[in-house]
Design a protein around this ligand. Structure first.
Ligand code: ZN
Length: 461
């Protein structure tokens, strides 16, 4: 087989399906040519249905270790805040080696589920007693190792977390592994930037955790400091996920969280607003007009009972958006898109809601919308099968029961809506390298290590 090229009988390019497409890439895994309606050069690997690889724009890798373990009722009304107590328990214990095991398995799962890049919103920085590791980047290194072990593209977003509530409330003991003062945060960021700068598979961004965890002064200092090192570094922040967070922000400032951000920060296309669930009409319009991406995490938002994003309102305002698996209750790009569309159908008692006006097919609108927003939020060249972008591609299984013998117009909807949790993915390339092959999947040491870590952490509760 000729290396660094692939032939697809059908490929989803950014303007829709094209036939008989030859994709070629260079030694760095960057696409150098895309030719449609051409013959297959002899010796070139062939695929039937080829999609661009998706960016997962929001991940807390360690949370995969307790996904599915908070699904029982403890209180009269269980909530996000009760879920958070198990999150703290796991965050208190996890070691660098355990984090690498969990993240390595998770990133393999992501690749197999159609995610070729991930934005890791990484907030556990310190030793269990709250002191810094001898190398402050120790836990970040666990994630960089996991990305390297699996081949997924990574945007690493070290999180700045300083306070326990709006108005600079002092951190609680259970948050001690997260806390970095501004100076030590910026020196960690600089160290990681120096380490990752020359690797196209990696990108550094920054994540002020939320307005409840960072004061205005710290927010300004961190963003100024990072911008001096990289003026295009992506900025991600959790915002307006919970009604209580909106109420607390109003009590503190008289403004709602998204409103506060629009008033006090130059929000633009570097920004990714994670969740942005609770917004007024004016907030939808202002945030969409800023060029920021809405980072939607439909499965996690449903699992935590956050509330419903108003997708039509965001789209009518021209807003960009992408998907993330966040707590990893689901690790499946198709399932997140299905959840997003179904949440809107239930909310508006209507069908095929998330269409973009360019494609009649809701699956194509969903897929290409999430692809573009995810690429923007990642700060990496991962915006589809086109010149200059990373050779990140997903082959669908033409023989999958949900797809077999379907015409082109129905293939993507078959994958998103009818392939069920198994999805219909056959092979996945990230950076031009084959990273997942359904036919070569074997019992894995990576899975055994993941399950062992989960068992160890549960035994320590
Ligand atoms: Zn999150």
């Amino acid at each position: 087989m000729i290396a660094n090229q692939l032939y697809a009988r059908h490929a989803l390019l950014n303007d829709g399906w094209q036939r008989n497409v030859l994709v070629q890439w260079d030694g760095q895994g960057v696409i150098s040519q895309v030719t449609a309606e051409t013959d297959r050069p002899e010796g070139t690997e062939q695929t039937d249905w080829l999609l661009p690889g998706m960016t997962n724009l929001h991940s807390h890798a360690f949370q995969r270790a307790f996904s599915g373990l908070t699904e029982y009722r403890q209180q009269q009304q269980d909530s996000f805040w009760s879920w958070r107590s198990l999150m703290y328990a796991f965050a208190a214990k996890i070691s660098p080696e355990q984090l690498e095991s969990v993240a390595s398995w998770l990133y393999r799962e992501m690749l197999a589920a159609g995610y070729t890049s991930v934005c890791e919103f990484h907030y556990v920085h310190n030793q269990p007693d709250g002191s810094a590791y001898a190398d402050p980047a120790t836990l970040s290194q666990s994630l960089l190792n996991a990305a390297s072990n699996t081949g997924i593209g990574l945007t690493l977003l070290p999180v700045c977390y300083q306070d326990s509530g709006f108005g600079g409330q002092p951190p609680e003991a259970k948050q001690r592994r997260f806390i970095k003062k501004t100076d030590s945060f910026l020196s960690l960021w600089q160290q990681l930037q120096a380490q990752t700068a020359n690797n196209a598979r990696l990108r550094m961004g920054v994540a002020p955790h939320s307005l409840r965890a960072v004061s205005e002064q710290a927010l300004n200092a961190v963003l100024d400091g990072v911008s001096q090192m990289d003026r295009r570094a992506p900025i991600h922040i959790h915002v307006a996920e919970q009604v209580k967070e909106v109420e607390d922000c109003l009590a503190w400032s008289g403004l709602r969280p998204v409103e506060w951000l629009m008033e006090h920060q130059p929000v633009d296309d570097r920004w990714c607003l994670i969740h942005a669930t609770h917004m007024t009409g004016q907030e939808y319009r202002r945030a969409a007009a800023s060029g920021a991406v809405a980072g939607l995490c439909p499965a996690t938002e449903a699992n935590l009972g956050d509330g419903l994003f108003d997708f039509p309102q965001w789209q009518q305002a021209g807003g960009k958006w992408g998907i993330g698996s966040d707590s990893h209750i689901a690790v499946n790009a198709a399932e997140e898109l299905l959840m997003l569309e179904y949440s809107q159908r239930l909310q508006f008692r209507s069908r095929n809601v998330c269409t973009d006006g360019q494609h009649e097919d809701v699956a194509t609108s969903l897929y290409l919308g999430a692809l573009q927003g995810g690429a923007q939020a990642s700060g990496r060249a991962v915006a589809g099968i086109q010149l200059g972008q990373s050779a990140d591609m997903v082959e669908l299984d033409a023989n999958h029961p949900a797809l077999a013998l379907l015409p082109e117009a129905n293939i993507l909807a078959g994958h998103l809506f009818a392939s069920s949790r198994g999805s219909a993915i056959k092979r996945v390339w990230s950076g031009g390298q084959l990273r997942f092959d359904l036919q070569q999947t074997q019992p894995s040491a990576s899975l055994e290590a993941f399950a062992a870590v989960r068992q160890q952490l549960l035994q320590q509760l």
